[in-house]
Write a protein that binds this ligand. Structure first.
Ligand code: OAD
Length: 295
């Protein structure tokens, strides 16, 4: 049976909902100009982004992995939150029982003013750096861009109609000595690495416990699944967990196949999260202008 698609029905449903959770992914930041992981043109040079997001990849070629993350960090710092981030932040300010779980590491939700207590960055933050040798050193919200002089080619600005040389697989990668990559100021032996969760690594246990206890506290009315392919665990499992706690599932995604698996009673809104979320929450947050301000 097809899911519902009426915005009016969803607004009525949301108004009477109490416990709300969202699982967000790269699609939430697409309208801010940040590329998704599995989208069209998803290769970074000749590499799939997920093949660069592993401790083994960093061990094998730290300069390559750092160039990839330094470029993503530069993009994230340059980008601005969009109306989707602002709509979620406004909903959080008005509904204390709303918890937003984001897989995004770009820092755009905090920059949209999303209250910290109602936001969990499941995969860490690209603005954090930590020691690869796990000596415990972490530097949070580090805005250095470029990350270090050797990584300057990842932080160059190019006109939008030209390709950044770093992204052109026909242009050889800059050769970078490992000694010129950032090193840990604490243990003095380890390389610094981005503070994101890589494939094969665990998410922060304390954060997972907190999220699990929020899920167990009481029935959940709705889970919003926004701009995520929902294929990476454990994040993706929250959709079924919420369903088991009674939640209706609401998918916001331009890809028609992302509505597969929804049932009668669930909702599917096909399109750009930055356009759809302000409409979905309008009864609670009010009307939002193009810049993401409530008018
Ligand atoms: P994906 O790239 O897998 O999925 C992005 C989703 O966003 C797709 O379903 C798109 O259809 C959808 N999308 C694209 N544009 C959109 C828009 N304007 N509005 C709404 N949706 C849009 O990204 P994630 O699901 O976030 O993990 O990927 C999950 C994790 O896999 C990432 O956090 C990262 C990655 O590998 C790690 O690095 C550990």
């Amino acid at each position: 049976m097809a899911p519902r698609t009426s915005i009016a029905d969803f607004r009525n449903f949301l108004s009477s909902s109490n416990r709300i959770v969202a699982l967000c992914g790269a699609g939430l930041s697409a309208a801010s100009g940040l590329p998704t992981f599995r989208g069209a043109g998803g290769l970074w040079r000749t590499h799939s982004p997920t093949s660069l997001a592993t401790p083994d990849a960093f061990e094998d070629d730290p300069a390559l992995v750092w160039l990839f993350y330094a470029w993503r960090k530069h993009m994230a710092i340059k980008a601005s939150p969009n109306r989707g981030h602002y709509a979620l932040a406004e909903l959080a300010k008005r509904r204390e029982n709303f918890l937003c779980l984001t897989q995004n590491v770009d820092g755009l939700s905090p920059r949209a003013g999303h209250p910290d207590a109602q936001l969990r960055a499941l995969h860490g933050s690209i603005l954090d750096v930590k020691c690869f040798n796990e000596c415990g050193y972490v530097d949070k919200n580090n805005l250095d861009d470029p990350v270090c002089p050797a990584l300057a080619p990842a932080a160059e600005d190019y006109p939008s109609n030209e390709t950044l040389p770093l992204l052109d697989p026909n242009v050889p990668l800059p050769s970078i000595n490992v000694e010129d990559l950032p090193h840990c100021p604490n243990c003095k032996t380890g390389l610094l690495r981005p503070g994101v969760v890589w494939f094969g690594e665990s998410l922060d246990f304390a954060m997972l416990d907190e999220v699990d206890s929020w899920f167990r506290q009481a029935p959940i009315d709705v889970i919003l699944v926004i701009g995520t392919a929902a294929v990476v665990n454990p994040a993706a499992r929250y959709v079924d967990k919420a369903r088991r706690m009674g939640a209706m599932v609401v998918v916001v995604n331009p890809d028609p196949s992302s509505g597969a698996g929804l049932s009668r009673g669930d909702f599917f809104f096909q399109g750009d999260a930055s356009a759809i979320l302000p409409q979905l929450f309008e009864d609670i947050i009010g009307k939002m202008d193009e810049a993401g301000r409530i008018v």
